[in-house]
Design a protein around this ligand. Structure first.
Ligand code: HEM
Length: 979
C-alpha cells in the first residue's frame, strides 16, 4: 500500500514530504499519513456503510465456533441469544433448550461465547474434577475497569489462589481478638431486634435494617468495628453499595461491556458506578491508613491487620501479590459480597415465613422448646433444631439468589462431555435446574422444609449447591447479575431495531467524544468516526497542512479518527512545547496497537516515572560505550570496511542498497546491545532484519489502522496485524534468548554490553518492588534500540546516496574534500569531521531534505494546560510540524532543493536553529550522537571508495514509501569503485 502511494507522488511533493521519523517510535506518525491514504479513497457517505459491513463481518468471524463445540440455539449478530431469554420465563426457556440440545449447550450473551452446563454429574466434573481448568473468572470490560482483575472475586490464577487462601484462613481464625465471630453475630442480632421492635409491629421495609445488621458483621471482621445504624457515614456506604448493585444492570453498564473505549467518554449511570466505587475504595484506603497508625504487628485485630502482617512478611519479594492495592480490593470484595448475599437470603426467609404461617409456627415451636425466650440462638443449638435448619436450607433452595452461579472461564482448551471447549469460553452452571429438578425434590416449585428432613432429622442433599462447590464459592454475585440484566435489556428490543439503535448510538457517542472544550484550538470540521483523516491525502498532505496553518494559525486541531490532536507550527511554539513546557508534553499517547505490541513499556512509547528511569539509564549506558575492548567509533569504522567489501562485490553493477545498508547499520546497535555483530550471510540475522522490515511495513496496513479503532474486535480477526503481533513476539523471544545467554556467563564485575549493564541494574534494585528495572523492560528497551537504531540511520543513509547520485556535482565536491583531508588510505573519523565542513553540510542537508519523521513522534498533554492562549485538555495528542520548519522559505534559501550551502558560511560549517531532525528538549532522540557518528563515518567511507550513479536507462526519483519512516522507494544504484 505504502509503496503504491509512494510511486504516485510527484518528485516535488516527495521533496516536501521526505522528513524522517527514524526509529520505531515513528509508528504513530505513519498512522496519520497512512490512514489518510486510506480514507482519501473513501467518500464520507460510504464510510458508514463500510463500517457497518465491517462490524457484521467481524461479528460473523467472532461468532464462528470450532469443530465439536456444543450445539445451541442460533443467535443474532451482536446480541447473540440474549433476546431469546425473557427474564420472566428464563428458567422455562432454558429448560426447553436443555431438552433440545442436552446438558451442555452453547448460548451467546452478546459476543461472549458461553456454554450452560446442567445436571449434577457434569457440574461436578467442571467445578470439582476439572476445577483447575474452570477456575478462571471471565474478564468483562466493566469488571476489569472496576476490579482491575484484582482482589478475591474477579482475580484469576496465582493472585486469586494466594488471596483466597489467605482470606479463608484469616476468616476461619476469626475468633481473633476479644470476641468470637458467633458472639459478634449474637450481639448484632440484639441490635437488629431492638431496631425492629421500634417499628411497633407496623408495616416496614426490612431491606435497609437487615442490610445494616449483616454488613456490620463483615465490617467488624475486616475493619474491626461495627457501625451504629444511625451513623451517617455507614448509611452513605450502604447507599453507595446499593446504588452500585442497581447501576450494574443499567443499559449504559451493559453497553460498557460492548464498547468500553467509547463509553469511557460518555456520561451516564456507569460513570456514577465508577465514582461510587472510587468513593468506596477511598473509604477502605482511609481505614487502612487508620490501622497503620496504631498497628501492633504482634496482634492482629482484624482482617486488615492480618493482611498488613502478610504484606510485611512478603516485603522485598517482587512476585508477591500481598500488596496494599490487593488489600483494598479484597476488603471491598468482602464488604460487597458479604453484605448483599446474606442480606438478600434473610429477606427471602422472612418473606417465606410471612407467606407460610404454618411453617413459621413450627419453627417458633422448635425455638420455644429448645431456646425459650431468654437463651440466645447459637450454632451449638442448631444441632437440636433440625426443623429450623431445614427451613433455612429451603429458603436458600427456593430463593436461589444466584441462579446460574457466578460465571467461570475455560483456562485452557479442554473437553467436557465429549465437546471441545476452547480457552476463553464463558461457563455458566445451571444451579436453578439443580435446585428445581423434579427428579430430586418432591415439590420442586413449592416451599417445603421436608426436602431437608428425614424421620424428623436434618438431611443433607447433594443437589443443593447455593454456594457452588469447590474453588470459588459464595461471595461474588455481580457477574451473575450481568446475564439477567442483559437478558432484560435485549428482551425489550426487536432484532431488527438493534442495528439502527447501535448506529444511532455510535453516532451520538462520536458526537459527544468529538465535542471540544471552550477555547480549544480551531481546526477543520471532521466527519463522524474518521475525523479529518479523509482530508489528508498523503500526496498533498504538506500542501493541505500548509493551507490549514494559513487558515487556523500555528496551533490548530485535527482529529485522527477519534483521537483529538493538535498540530504545532513554528520554532517559538515548538520550543515552548518541547523545551519550556517540556514536563507537560513529555508523555506519549497510548494507542491500542502500540499498547498491544509494546505495552507502553521500554523507551520510545513509555511515559512518566518508568520512562524517566529507563531513559536516564539508557543514555548513560550508551554514553559509556566505548565500554569493553573497542570504542564505538572503532566499531563503526570496522563495520564500514565490511560494508565497503560487500558493495565492492557488486562490481559497479546496479544493485538495491537497502538490505546491505540495513545490515551494516543494525550491526552497530547489535554490538552495543548484544555484544556481537552478525555476518551479513547469517541466516538468523537476515531473518531478524526481514521481520523488522515487515513490522515497519505492516504498521501502515489497513488492518493495523482498524485495530486502533476496534481493538477488541480486531483481536479476533485474521490479517496483517496478526502477522505484526507474531513478528513482534518472535523478536521478543530472540531478545529474551539473548538475555538468557548473557545470564549464563555473566560477570557482575564487567559489563560487556547494554544487556550486561542492565542486568547489573536489575541486581542493584532487587527487592525494590517499585523499581522499573525488570527483565520485561530490558526486553522492550533492547527491542526499541534495535528497531530505532536500525531503520532511521539506514533510511537517512539511503537518502544520502540517492541525493548524491542525483547531484553528481555535489558528490564530486564531497569526494574532493575527502581526497584532500583523508586521501584513499586514512579511515574517516569524528576528529577529521572538523576539517570537512562541506561533507558535514551535505549530511545535514540530507537530514533536512530526507525529513524522515515529518511531524515528530507524537506527545500527549499530561495535565490541562494553555498554549498560545488555547486550552489543551489532558490527553490531547500533540504533533510538532518539523517538516514546515525544515521547508520554511523564510529560513532556507532554496527550501525545496538539495543545497548544502544552507549549512555553510564562508566555507565553514554553520549550525541552524531551525534544523531539528532529532527533535529537541528532554525527550529528544536518544540516539542522536550515535546516529551522527554512524552517518558521518558510513557516508564518508562510502564516498571515499565509490562514486554513486543512476543505472543506465533507469530514472531515479525522490518518491517515498510511507512506513514508519518516509523512506525512498525501492531503487537501484551503481557503486563505481574509485582510485
Ligand atoms: C538519522 C537518525 C535518527 C533520527 C532522525 C532520529 C529522530 C528521532 C526523533 C525525531 C525522535 C522523537 C523525539 C521526540 O519525541 O521529541 C526520536 C526518538 C528516539 N530515538 Fe531517534 N533518531 C535517529 C536515530 C536513532 C538511533 C540510531 C537510535 C538508537 C539508539 C535512536 C533511538 C531513539 C530512541 C530510543 C527514541 C525515543 C526517546 C524517548 O522517547 O525518550 N534514534 N528519534
Amino acid at each position: 500500500m505504502g509503496r503504491d502511494l509512494g510511486t504516485r507522488l510527484s518528485a516535488q511533493d516527495a521533496q516536501i514530504l521526505t522528513e524522517a521519523k527514524p526509529d520505531i517510535a515513528v509508528m504513530l506518525e505513519a498512522f496519520s499519513s497512512l490512514a489518510a491514504a486510506l480514507w482519501a479513497a473513501l467518500r464520507p457517505g460510504t464510510v458508514l456503510l463500510g463500517a457497518v459491513a465491517f462490524l457484521f463481518f467481524a461479528d460473523f468471524l467472532k461468532r464462528r465456533r470450532p469443530k465439536n463445540f456444543p450445539p445451541g440455539p442460533a443467535g443474532l449478530p451482536f446480541v447473540g441469544n440474549s433476546f431469546q431469554l425473557d427474564p420472566e420465563k428464563v428458567h422455562l426457556t432454558l429448560q426447553q433448550f436443555v431438552k433440545k440440545y442436552g446438558n451442555v449447550f452453547s448460548l451467546d450473551f452478546g459476543t461472549f461465547p458461553s456454554i450452560l452446563i446442567t445436571g449434577l454429574p457434569l457440574i461436578k466434573e467442571a467445578l470439582v474434577h476439572q476445577g483447575e481448568n474452570f477456575s478462571k473468572r471471565p474478564v468483562m470490560p466493566l469488571q476489569e475497569r472496576i476490579f482491575n482483575t484484582k482482589g478475591l472475586i474477579m482475580s484469576s490464577g496465582r493472585i486469586w489462589k494466594e488471596q483466597r487462601r489467605f482470606a479463608l484462613t484469616t476468616l476461619r481464625n476469626f475468633g481473633l481478638g476479644k470476641k468470637s465471630l458467633e458472639e459478634r453475630i449474637q450481639e448484632e442480632a440484639s441490635y437488629l431486634i431492638q431496631m425492629i421492635r421500634e417499628e411497633n409491629g407496623k408495616p416496614f421495609d426490612p431491606h435497609f435494617i437487615i442490610n445494616n445488621a449483616v454488613s456490620n458483621i463483615i465490617c467488624s471482621i475486616t475493619f474491626g468495628e461495627r457501625f451504629d445504624y444511625q451513623d451517617s457515614q455507614f448509611r452513605e456506604l450502604l447507599r453507595l453499595l446499593d446504588e452500585v448493585l442497581n447501576l450494574h444492570t443499567s443499559l449504559c453498564c451493559q453497553l460498557y461491556s460492548v464498547f468500553p473505549r467509547i463509553m469511557n467518554f460518555v456520561p451516564g449511570p456507569h460513570q456514577t458506578l465508577f465514582s461510587n466505587l472510587e468513593k468506596l475504595k477511598m473509604f477502605v484506603a482511609e481505614m487502612i491508613e487508620n490501622h497503620k497508625r496504631d498497628w501492633n504487628p504482634a496482634e492482629a485485630r482484624d482482617f486488615i491487620d492480618a493482611y498488613l502482617q502478610e504484606i510485611e512478611k512478603h516485603k522485598g519479594g517482587d512476585a508477591s501479590s500481598f500488596r496494599e492495592e490487593n488489600l483494598i480490593y479484597s476488603t471491598l470484595d468482602l464488604f460487597l459480597a458479604g453484605t448483599e448475599t446474606t442480606s438478600t437470603s434473610l429477606r427471602w426467609g422472612l418473606l417465606y415465613m410471612a407467606l407460610n404461617p404454618e411453617i413459621q409456627e413450627k419453627v417458633q415451636a422448635e425455638i420455644d422448646r429448645v431456646l425459650g425466650q431468654s437463651q440466645q440462638p447459637s450454632t451449638a443449638a442448631r444441632e437440636s433444631m433440625p426443623y429450623t435448619n431445614a427451613v433455612i436450607h429451603e429458603v436458600l433452595r427456593m430463593g436461589n439468589i444466584i441462579p446460574l452461579n457466578v460465571p467461570r472461564e475455560v483456562a485452557v482448551d479442554t473437553t467436557l462431555a465429549g465437546y471441545h471447549l476452547p480457552k476463553g469460553t464463558v461457563v455458566v452452571t445451571n444451579l436453578t435446574a439443580l435446585h428445581r429438578d423434579p427428579a430430586e425434590w418432591a415439590t420442586p416449585d413449592t416451599f417445603n422444609p421436608e426436602h431437608f428432613l428425614e424421620n424428623g432429622q436434618f438431611k443433607k442433599r447433594e443437589s443443593f449447591l447455593p454456594f457452588s462447590i469447590e474453588e470459588k464459592p459464595d461471595v461474588a454475585v455481580m457477574l451473575e447479575a450481568l446475564s439477567s440484566l442483559a437478558t432484560a435489556l435485549w428482551a425489550a428490543l426487536r432484532p431488527d431495531t438493534v442495528l439502527l439503535g447501535t448506529l444511532a448510538f455510535l453516532l451520538f457517542v462520536d458526537f459527544l467524544k468529538r465535542r471540544h472544550p471552550k477555547n480549544y484550538p480551531p481546526g477543520p470540521p471532521g466527519l463522524p468516526f474518521v475525523g479529518n483523516l479523509f482530508q489528508l491525502d498523503p500526496e498533498k498532505a504538506p500542501l493541505v497542512l500548509h493551507q490549514f496553518v494559513k487558515k487556523y494559525g500555528n496551533v490548530f486541531s485535527l482529529d485522527f479518527g477519534t483521537v483529538p490532536s493538535v498540530l504545532i507550527t513554528g520554532l517559538p511554539l515548538i520550543k515552548e512545547v518541547l523545551v519550556h513546557q517540556g514536563q507537560i508534553f513529555s508523555n506519549r499517547p497510548v494507542v491500542p496497537l502500540q499498547e498491544h505490541i509494546i505495552n507502553n513499556k521500554g523507551l520510545i512509547m513509555s511515559s512518566g516515572q518508568l520512562w524517566k528511569e529507563q531513559r536516564r539509564f539508557a543514555l548513560t549506558t550508551l554514553r559509556n560505550f566505548g565500554l569493553g575492548k573497542k570504542s564505538l567509533e572503532e566499531r563503526i569504522q570496522e563495520e564500514a570496511s565490511y560494508l565497503i567489501q560487500t558493495i565492492r562485490e557488486e562490481n559497479g553493477q546496479p544493485f538495491d542498497p537497502h538490505l546491505t545498508i540495513n545490515n551494516a547499520v543494525s550491526n552497530i546497535i547489535c554490538s552495543i546491545t548484544f555484544g556481537e555483530r552478525f555476518d551479513y550471510q547469517d541466516d538468523q540475522f537476515q531473518e531478524l532484519l526481514r521481520m523488522l522490515d515487515e513490522i515497519l511495513n505492516l504498521q501502515t496496513s489497513m488492518c493495523c489502522q482498524l485495530y486502533n479503532v476496534f481493538p477488541r474486535i480486531m483481536n479476533f480477526l485474521p490479517g496483517p496485524h496478526q502477522a505484526l503481533f507474531s513478528n513482534m513476539e518472535k523478536l521478543k523471544m530472540f531478545v529474551a534468548r539473548m538475555i538468557e545467554n548473557h545470564k549464563r556467563d555473566w560477570n557482575p564485575a564487567e559489563a560487556r554490553d547494554f544487556i550486561d549493564a542492565y542486568l547489573q541494574e536489575i541486581e542493584k534494585h532487587k527487592g525494590d518492588a517499585t523499581s522499573s528495572f525488570q527483565e520485561e523492560n530490558l526486553i522492550y528497551n533492547t527491542l526499541d534500540l534495535f528497531l530505532a537504531g536500525t531503520e532511521t540511520t539506514s533510511t537517512s543513509l539511503r537518502w544520502g546516496l540517492l541525493f548524491m547520485a542525483l547531484n553528481p556535482e555535489i558528490q564530486e565536491k564531497v569526494q574532493a574534500e575527502i581526497d584532500r583531508v583523508l586521501g584513499q588510505s586514512q579511515q574517516p573519523s569524528m576528529a577529521a569531521r572538523e576539517s570537512m565542513p562541506y561533507t558535514n553540510a551535505v549530511i545535514h542537508e540530507v537530514l533536512r531534505m530526507g525529513n524522515i519523521i515529518p511531524l515528530n513522534v507524537p506527545r500527549e498533554v499530561a495535565v490541562d494546560t494553555t498554549l498560545a492562549g488555547y486550552h489543551l485538555p489532558k490527553g490531547t495528542m500533540v504533533m510538532t510540524n518539523l517538516i514546515a520548519l525544515h521547508r520554511d522559505p523564510t529560513e532556507w534559501a532554496t527550501p525545496d532543493t538539495f543545497n548544502p550551502e544552507h549549512f555553510l558560511e564562508n566555507g565553514q560549517f554553520k549550525k541552524r536553529e531551525s534544523f531539528l531532525p532529532f527533535s529537541i528538549g528532554k525527550r529528544m532522540c536518544l540516539g542522536e550522537q550515535l546516529a551522527r557518528t554512524e552517518l558521518f563515518i558510513f557516508f564518508t567511507s562510502l564516498l571515499q571508495k565509490f562514486t554513486f550513479r543512476p543505472p543506465e536507462n533507469e530514472k531515479l526519483s525522490l518518491k517515498f514509501r510511507v512506513s514508519l519512516t518516509l523512506a525512498p522507494v525501492s531503487h537501484r544504484l551503481c557503486a563505481v569503485p574509485r582510485g
